[in-house]
Design a protein around this ligand. Structure first.
Ligand code: CU
Length: 237
């Protein structure tokens, strides 16, 4: 009797329909290269704040490690008419940004329009979180030493970049790049990125670095073993 019930449930069309559709298998596994020697990185001048001066850091405008470039946001170039991207769901979870040793961590993040940005102050010093889009003020909030998290709205459109600075510590600069689909990744020290869940087809990859600008690359995703494709994006000084 019990076996029969299970069989009946399995055979019911409603049950079969509720099965979530498999995520497309297309994956881009890439690396962002910096050709030649990375530019020299001087010590940040931190003497304006004794708290920050306790933890010396190098300038972080262009960070190259063994020929690989950090802080590059790589995304699939969005086209509103592209049905492969339009239906993609994005996470509602807020994007986290910490202030630690008077640095933003991470320095480059991707957010979708309207997504919350939660800014933490792990430092025993005061910061202000000043966000602008192309010079237009978005928010400017004070944050006490180890004060409560700030919850900020990414009131912006795809393609915008929210410049986030701290006016107390002028070397502090983060970037929230507004992307309206989940197909993006940001490189770490090893310069690698991975974008998955893509349907078969040809895409334009767009890489963005805060000071070195944009690079594009065409990527073709196939089926089966050809669903995982490499990508090499190169910046030349
Ligand atoms: Cu600060």
């Amino acid at each position: 009797m019990r076996a029969l019930l299970v069989l009946t449930l399995l055979a019911a069309p409603a049950f079969a329909d509720s099965k979530p559709a498999a995520k497309p298998a297309g994956t881009i596994k890439g690396t962002v290269i910096y050709e030649g020697e990375g530019p020299p990185r001087a010590e940040q001048r931190r003497d304006v704040d004794p708290y920050c001066a306790k933890t010396p850091h190098l300038e972080d405008d262009v960070v190259v490690t063994k020929g690989k470039l950090k802080d590059v946001l790589v995304r699939i170039k969005y086209d509103a008419g592209d049905a492969r991207l339009a239906g993609a769901t994005t996470s509602d979870a807020p994007v986290a940004l910490d202030q630690r040793e008077c640095m933003y961590a991470p320095r480059v993040v991707g957010v979708r329009p309207g997504q919350k940005l939660v800014v933490k102050n792990s430092d025993g010093t005061f910061h202000n979180v000043n966000g602008q889009i192309a010079g237009k003020p978005l928010w400017n909030k004070p944050q006490q030493p180890k004060g409560p998290d700030l919850s900020l709205d990414a009131k912006a459109s795809a393609g915008d970049v929210i410049d986030i600075v701290c006016n107390v510590h002028p070397w502090m600069h983060a970037y929230a790049v507004v992307v309206d689909h989940p197909y993006f990744a940001v490189t770490g020290d090893d310069g690698t990125f991975e974008i998955s869940g893509l349907q078969k087809g040809t895409y334009t990859l767009e890489a963005w670095h805060p000071t070195l600008g944009t690079k594009t690359l065409t990527v073709k995703i196939g089926a089966g073993a050809k669903a995982t494709v490499p990508a090499r994006i190169s910046y030349k000084p």
